[in-house]
Design a binder for this molecule. Structure first.
Ligand code: AQP
Length: 347
């Protein structure tokens, strides 16, 4: 473990973002997060984390968890995350995350967590049976971010509430202890961030845990499968409209047009200017070709990287050392501020 402190390059903010190794990485993860992470590397000191501690808030098969952790790392690298430029590691290798989360559990009010909509959605009707970890997920997320004093966090719509809570927790800690330990992180919102919906239901987001594999395009799907899934994607029977406003009552059509626009790096208006008046029979094969052109190189590179799992583990271990070099001195400061006696200097 390195003892030195990694410093953010002067003038650059620091980004933290995470992704859960819960299997089936998909087009939504790519367009909503991963591809943005790649472009952020140039403007920020970037810390990207495979959040395995978050993943076990619902049960994960141990072998599958290892496999998914390597797959996420491979996907990030294949998509363009540079492990020299950015820090890439898995969360459980840096124990400061869990430690700071506990400290935050003691600062966070029950009422704050009770308002979190993601817990309500994920726990569903089976609330009494949900894990305490699922309930406390936002305090661990706050620790992930504040462990590194990250200044910016790329967030999708679904994570905005958790980031606001992170700011509340940072503020509460600073105020309770009368010290400015934590900065208040800002959301890094992308104009181009895309919320990708299920291919089977335009009202549900594309998700790793959807039981239907046809609901999503996985990052490892081959060209035939991508084509097949897009062909089968639910749509209505009308032709595509020429005006964006006409998509508002057609969620499945809006989703496919949105995916096309994101993959082609153009606006919805541009897509409709080209395809307005044409039927899905024409549009879907074009969308499939575009998806294959964008995703296949990443899938191929992932498969190549995954042939050498030891190399991926080594990259993650090196990233964990670099992350620890930032988180350890921060925790030492937190210990001092709280009043913990002990070996805070070599924390
Ligand atoms: N459908 C989506 N559209 C746009 N962005 C998405 N993200 C996830 N789904 C979509 C973004 O991907 C990042 C990593 O997400 P995550 O793996 O930490 O967890 P999640 O948001 O809970 O993703 P899933 O696929 O729905 O996983 P499960 O099924 O395991 O809960 C985040 O930035 C997220 O916004």
């Amino acid at each position: 473990m390195g003892n030195s402190t990694e410093q953010a390059p002067a003038g650059k903010g620091r980004i933290f973002s995470g992704i859960q190794p819960t299997g089936n990485l998909h087009l939504g993860n790519y367009l909503g997060a991963i591809r943005n992470w790649v472009s952020l590397q140039n403007d920020f000191e970037s810390i990207y984390c495979v959040v395995d501690l978050h993943a076990i808030t619902v049960h994960q098969d141990p072998l599958q968890l290892q496999k998914s952790t390597r797959e996420v790392a491979a996907c990030l690298i294949a998509a363009g995350i540079s492990t020299d430029q950015s820090i890439l590691f898995n969360q459980s290798c840096v124990p400061q995350h869990a430690e700071l989360a506990w400290i935050f559990n003691c600062v966070t009010r029950l009422g704050w967590l009770n308002r979190m909509t993601q817990f309500k959605e994920k726990a569903g009707k089976n609330r009494e049976n949900a894990s305490v970890g699922l309930y406390a997920y936002p305090t661990l997320m706050a620790a992930d971010i504040l462990c590194y004093r990250a200044t910016h966090v790329p967030v999708g719509e679904d994570q905005k509430q958790h980031l606001e809570l992170t700011r509340d927790i940072a503020q509460a800690f600073n105020s309770i202890y009368g010290r400015d330990v934590f900065p208040l992180p800002n959301p890094q919102i992308f104009g181009t961030a895309t919320r990708v919906m299920s291919l089977r239901d335009g009202a549900a987001k594309m998700s790793k845990s959807d039981v239907s594999d046809n609901s999503r395009i996985n990052m490892t799907d081959d060209a035939d499968l991508i084509l097949q899934k897009i062909r089968k994607a639910k749509t209505d029977s009308d032709a595509l409209p020429s005006e964006v406003v006409a998509l508002s009552s057609r969620p499945e059509a809006a989703n496919l047009v949105g995916i096309y626009a994101a993959l082609a790096d153009c606006s919805t208006e541009n897509v409709l200017a080209e395809f307005g008046g044409r039927g899905f029979g024409e549009f879907k094969p074009m969308l499939a070709d575009l998806a294959v052109a964008r995703l296949s190189p990443i899938g191929d590179e992932m498969r190549r990287l995954l042939k050498n799992p030891g190399d991926i583990d080594a990259v993650l271990a090196k990233g964990a050392d670099r992350a620890t070099a930032i988180a350890r001195p921060l925790l030492a400061q937190v210990h001092d501020v709280i009043g913990f006696l002990g070996k805070s200097t070599d924390h």
